[in-house]
Design a protein around this ligand. Sequence first.
Ligand code: PHE
Length: 339
Amino acid sequence: MREKLEQIKKKAMEAMEALHDLDQLEEFRVKTLGKKGELTLVLRGMGSLPPQERPVIGQLANEIRTALEKALGKKTVELKEAALEKRLEEETIDVTIPGKQPDLGKLHPLTKMLNELEEIFLGMGFDIAEGPEIEWDSYNFEALNIPQNHPARDVQDTFYINDNILLRTHTSPVQIRTMLKQKPPIKIICPGRVYRSDAVDATHSPIFHQIEGLVVDKNITMGDLKGVLDVFAKQVFGQETKTKFRPHHFPFTEPSAEVDVSCAICRGEGCRVCSHTGWIEILGAGMVHPKVLEYCGIDPKVYSGFAFGMGLDRITNLKYGIDDIRLLFENDIRFLKQF
Ligand code: PHE
């Protein structure tokens, strides 16, 4: 019996050495030391020993059990440490791997261009005024010297809401609103959305944007208009840019002009963008018509003024080399990401 016990111990110690994980170790513990384990089974057979041997064998069995338990404890600690070591190794984080780039929102090209233009005019001492997109027919047309049946009404195909109310076709009614509530000197720009029932194509959209300018004071001349627009064009399109006034007609300005800038792409040589003329039309302008001043209670014998109106969409497209106005309104992320 003694030999059998010693053999169990030897076998168990050897077997334990060969174990590599905690599950195996637990299995081993049950098999060796558990209720149905080898050691227990041997001890059960103690009844058949002569009485004087029993305490000796009993003691030996207990010593073996203790020794095995101690060895098991040690092995458990070893395996736990090894398992932790292995986990730490597997879970290491490579801090040099580049992170995920978050997608940042950006300003729309129209907003960027508007911000830039506002900076330029603020720098020349202009204030910013705004007016409603849903407007009185009288402010959009009558007050601007465009009476009922005037041919200019046809040019600006209008979305009417009822007989007296419409979606403004230009930002010029903000001139009227400003002059009705503020006396000269006046020096404002009015950016905003405008509407015309145009068919959509690469250069037309029923919704687009204008920036109106209005200066009213004593002794304002066409020279002031030319000077302001010159500074503006140079800041937007580059210092070598030239401006050119062509005679034109608007009911609310007299005299009136259309204003061209020298093509920034070909520098006046002629290219596809300027239709080989070297010039690009960017705005309408003129001296505020005396009838418009009178409508607003400003004496045209004392005061004079100039006004201009430009298409923000067109200037944005020129500046960024965009060849289709629809891109500005479709909000395709692939397009917007480029700005
Ligand atoms: N309102 C004109 C348009 O929409 C532009 C303009 C504004 C012309 C001011 C002259 C003066 O075409």
